[in-house]
Write a protein that binds this ligand. Structure first.
Ligand code: FES
Ligand code: FES
Length: 163
């Protein structure tokens, strides 16, 4: 089946079985390796991307439901040369240990920042709960999200989406 994926603002045609998990297509067909394969069962959050602006476990989302709906992956949050607020803040807070959970954490955090420009620590903890970090860097992750919220507010105040 031919399907149009709208990933990071770019439409792409994919020929795949309708029950193929979105994660497989992102990684194997589009070389967008930000989203990670952890459990494959919707239980760890390593594969989190945004679909219509909402976080989803892409390992359990079949292609058949995503036709033309906007998808955001880690690669849509910025690049190494122009990191977005979350990417910059995670690096500055040294929030990653092994790093495996971090792309999913960032995408889920982005959904929070889209809805709440000034989240409290409790807001961040609650929102990130579905995503697991085996390395135990939760405290740094929470600090990074707070810092990213500050960057986002500063950028909005100065009329830019990057800081
Ligand atoms: S790999 Fe998708 S939730 Fe674990
Ligand atoms: S940094 Fe290793 S799983 Fe989170």
């Amino acid at each position: 089946m031919m399907i149009t994926l709208n990933v990071n603002g770019k439409p792409q045609q994919i020929d795949a079985e309708p029950d193929t998990p979105l994660l497989y297509v992102l990684r194997n067909d589009l070389a967008l390796n930000g989203a990670k394969f952890g459990c494959g069962l919707g239980q760890c959050g390593a594969c989190t991307v945004l679909l219509d602006g909402r976080p989803v476990f892409s390992c359990v989302v079949p292609l058949s439901v995503v036709d033309n709906r906007p998808i955001t992956t880690l690669e849509g949050l910025g690049s190494p040369s122009a990191p977005g607020p979350l990417q910059r803040a995670f690096v500055e807070e040294q929030a990653a240990q092994c790093g495996f959970c971090i792309p999913g954490m960032m995408l889920r955090a982005q959904a929070l920042l889209n809805a709440n420009k000034k989240p409290t620590e409790a807001d961040i903890r609650k929102h990130l709960q579905p995503n697991l970090c085996r390395c135990g860097t939760h405290m740094r992750i929470v600090k990074a999200v707070k810092r990213a919220a500050e960057y986002t507010r500063t950028a909005a105040a100065s009329g830019s989406d990057r800081t």
